[in-house]
Write a protein that binds this ligand. Structure first.
Ligand SMILES: Nc1ncnc2c1ncn2[C@@H]1O[C@H](COP(=O)(O)OP(=O)(O)OP(=O)(O)O)[C@@H](O)[C@H]1O
Ligand SMILES: [Mg+2]
Length: 259
């Protein structure tokens, strides 16, 4: 098809995405590109359409119009699972876990093959992927954000707290080899010291070359992490650019903070 001949370069691109729910326009012609290895924050008021956009990018449901590209490949017609196979992985705003599965089983289920041991060698061992199960690796765990759920290795996901279920989703992301990661309010509802650990984990992922798009209301976290901000307002991109520029824009401040 014609649009595949002009696939945008970059790790992730959305082109002219529209979405209506029950006749209400939720996304209205959203387009942006994300360069490989960068961190982009998706910011906007409640109901701006951020999660809807994440869900369309991840393939949870289709857009009414528009395209999604991952690493130059048109994934618009691909399922969520097919998108994972081409390197796309996400966490949900509200935890979605298999309640009766143990932590260990949930993580192994998400694993799409040997993980990147260069990145998190002891986690890979602890998770039983890569060089094989090794509970001894727990003591040298190098992703402090995950230590609380690794301690609950055999617990059912149902018995984890809300925050721990979010960490389980993060562990599932790490268990894949995905290169483009979407986090929808991963830090919301976490204790401050855990937010610090998750932030450090996201930095490590970025330094290892992963591309990250995250939705976040905590602007301090956005300032610390994001290279760029896409500011969504009523289903449209109102401003987009380097983090400081967008967050200092008077109109953005008025729309986002001034209500
Ligand atoms: N499945 C759905 N059916 C009908 N309306 C929906 C559905 N999902 C989202 N909406 C509506 O679409 C709009 C955008 O919702 P969305 O969840 O994308 O916002 P958001 O920017 O993620 O907000 P928040 O910051 O509160 O998470 C809202 O008005 C919401 O009520
Ligand atoms: Mg949301």
């Amino acid at each position: 098809m014609a649009h595949t001949m002009h696939a945008p370069a970059g790790a992730l691109a959305v082109k002219q995405v529209h979405k209506n729910f029950s006749g209400i326009r939720v996304l209205n012609g959203v387009s942006f590109n994300v360069s490989p290895g960068t961190i982009t924050a998706l910011v906007g008021s409640n109901g701006a359409g951020k999660s809807t956009l994440i869900n369309i990018m991840a393939g949870v449901f289709p857009a009414d119009q528009g395209q999604v590209y991952v690493n130059g490949l048109d994934v618009t017609a691909k399922s969520m699972h097919e998108r994972v196979a081409v390197g796309f992985m996400r966490t949900f705003q509200h935890p979605r876990v298999f309640h009766s599965f143990s932590v260990a089983r949930s993580i192994r289920l998400a694993s799409t093959g040997p993980s990147d041991e260069r990145l998190f060698p002891s986690v890979c061992r602890a998770l039983g992927i890569g060089s094989g199960p090794d509970k001894g690796g727990l003591s040298e765990l190098d992703v402090p954000a995950l230590s609380s759920i690794i301690e609950k290795w055999e617990s059912k996901a149902d018995n984890l707290s809300y925050g721990e279920q979010k960490l389980l989703m993060l562990a599932q992301v790490l268990a894949t080899k995905a290169s483009v990661l979407l986090f929808d309010e991963l830090c919301a509802g976490l204790e401050p010291d855990l937010v610090d650990k998750v932030r450090n984990c996201m930095r490590q992922l970025s330094q290892a070359g992963k591309t990250i798009v995250f939705v976040e209301h905590n602007l301090a976290l956005v300032k610390e992490l994001a290279d760029r901000v896409v500011f969504l307002h009523q289903g449209q991109i109102f401003r987009e650019g380097p983090t400081d520029e967008v967050l200092q824009d008077a109109k953005v401040i008025e729309l986002y903070l001034g209500h």
